[in-house]
Structure formats: structure tokens, C-alpha cells
Design a binder for this molecule. Sequence first.
Ligand code: URA
Length: 435
Amino acid sequence: MTPAPPAAHDAVDVIRTKRDRGELSDGQIDWVLDAYTRGDVADEQMSALAMAVLLNGMTRREVARWTAAMIATGERLDFSSLSRPTADKHSTGGVGDKTTLPLAPLVAACGVAVPQLSGRGLGHTGGTLDKLESVPGWRASLSTQEVLRQLEDVGAVVCAAGTGLAPADAKLYALRDVTGTVESIPLIASSIMSKKIAEGTGALVLDVKVGSGAFMKTADDARELARTMVDLGTDAGVRTVALLTDMSTPLGRTAGNALEVRESVEVLAGGGPADVVELTLALAREMLAAAGRDGVDPADRLADGSAMDAWRRMIAAQGGDPDAPLPAARHAHDVSAEVDGVVTRLDAHAVGVAAWRLGAGRARQGEAVQAGAGVELHVGLGDAVRAGQRLLTLHTDTPGRVGRALEALAGQVTVGPAPGPGTALRPPLVLDRIG
Ligand code: URA
């Protein structure tokens, strides 16, 4: 039997309640999200409500109800038929953050199934699906039956979240994107958690990024977002923990779709940049612990090649050829150091915007991205360099984009005298844990 729709309210009353700093009732929240999804509340009314929420916030009860009401607008997946426990990871988005790629097969190789239902990238942080689509033949769309079969056979799936999970969020997120209402902690937390709870994972590890390349610029805001999401997950019966991780400088040495796949394969082969390896292992340990499998050390599964085997099976199961050469951009432009010194600044946001302008990301939903475009870093923060040494390479199919990418980087990648002893240029990668 289809559940009865929530009792009707007046959209203007709901907006006025939040505008005047009141608390929305459960009935108001259930109705407004259901009516908006059906088209009975207009975009301009939802925009006004989203702005009132951004300015005046929501209580813990309101956020929990808002999340539940978004879940109720769609379907919920059920993985209880699988023979192993499930754990997923969600990152709030960062520059060069490719950890899902090595992490999903690594955790699968440790005996925990990873159902990673993702969206596409928008803005300066890349999307996991865009990265994987640079692998020849790989397809993002799977039916629920295919997801279940792959989780049982391979143990890891990264695919497009169907339109059936929390449809209210897809509509509301697109509206927030064009009305200046993305940056609201209750709206971000309910948006992320409605999709993850509806996805049906048993355990969830959140990687909440902090710094110039992230949504959250300060550790205090990131901690508040993490706490809100951990509470929402826990209250919904999902074992949830969050790591706060640094995003003031890019993760690893690449930002861009095929470039990041190449670096992820290096990690799975036992190499790769130390920070990507450190974060992948930290997240894997949290996922295994949350899924009740903390007796397994994921570092062993990287070292013995079983994570690489799981990657190859995961790619092949979705039509991809793990042995095919990855696409490369047609044009490369090097940026070199002008003086001797150390790299004193390597700003994540600037590198993300440069990669985006080179064609790695999209400005509007639905736009195509270039598989080979992006930024390749030859040095990291604190490295000693000589005048003339290459600092980074810009890759693109459209050389006309290089000028705007260089503008984004101006003053954001600097070489200067080494700082005094005891002055760290990079904060620790894992800043805090909230569980
Ligand atoms: N990612 C989401 O899914 N939702 C937000 O609101 C922000 C980031």
C-alpha cells in the first residue's frame, strides 16, 4: 500500500516560520519536501526557505526530520542478502582526492563489501565517476540487480546513484547551486546523509575536508558538519565516524580525471604519493573497524597485490579494460621555478580551479569533461627546488584554456627561503576523528 501523503500546509507559512527564526514542525518538514518533489511547492518558494535555513539554521530535531523526509521521497536499497558486511566512504570533496579509487577495492580485498553510489563533479573538485569514465569501456550506470551481484562477486561497486534515491535532494541541490544556498551546514549534512542512508550501507566513514580546497574553510565549521552527519547516521542505525582531513594543499601529485586514475593504480601497485597512501589506509582502517573486521591490516592487502586484483575485477565487471592505456591530453604546458628555494605555498583551491579551467571539471550539470585534462605536480609543499626546475605541468586538449589556468595559479604556487626550524609548511593530514 502506498503511504498517505503528508497533511497539507501553506508554503508561505512554512517560509515565514523559518524566516522569523521559529522551529519547523515535523508535519511542515514532511509536507514541504514531499510537495516540492511533486512540483506543488514552486522553486522560488523553496529558494526562499533554503535561504531562511542558511541564515537561521535548524535544530538537531529539524535536521533529523528533514533528512528522513528527503529519504521518504524515494527508494531505499537493502544489502541484507549479502554474505559480507557493507561499509562506504563519503568525502566532502577536495582537490586531487582520488582515495575512493584505491580504497574501494582495498576494503573489498579485506572482506567488506563497498557500495559506493556517487554523483558527478561540479565546480573545482572532481567527481569519482568522471575519473573512472576515463578508463576505456567503463560504464557508470548499473541496475540494482547488477550492483548486488557485483558486491557479492567482486566486493566493490562504484557507480552512478540512480534517480530513485532521495529525489528531493537532487532537485534541491540543483536549486541551492544557483541560489547561493549551498553553504549551510544543516542543508549539506541532510543532503549527503539522506543519500547515504537511502543507499543502505551498514557502516559509513566520512572524510570531511578542511582548507582552501574544501567546502569548509575552518576546522570549527568542518567539525560542526562532521558532528551533524555522524549524529544523523548514528540515529538512523548506520555506524558512522568522521575524519577531519587537511585540504589546504592538493592530495597527491595529480588533479584531473585520467591523471588521478593513473596515480591510484600506482598506489594499488604499492607505490604512489605518501599522503594518498596514508589517507587511503586511515580510511580503510576506519571502514573495517566500523564493519566489525578490524583484525585485518589493509597495508598487507596493498602489499600482497590482492587490492590490485580487486581493482582489476571491479573495473572489468563494469566493462572497463584495466590494461588499456589511459587517455592523455593533446597539449602540455610546464611551469618552472624562477629562483632556488623551497615550495612555500601550493594552494589546493588554485590548483583545483586551474584543473577545472583546463577542462577536467564542468561549470554546469551535464557538460562533458576532458579525460586527459588537469594539473600534474612535480613537487610538494616544502620540497627544495632549483631555478628552472619544473614545478607543474598543465594538461589540456584546448591550449586556449592555459592562460586562464595560469591566472588561477598566480601567486598561489610560490618558491622562497626555507622557513625557520620547527615551522611546518603542511598541517598533519588527519586533523581529528569524530565518532
Ligand atoms: N554534496 C552533497 O551531496 N550535498 C551538498 O549539499 C554538498 C555537497
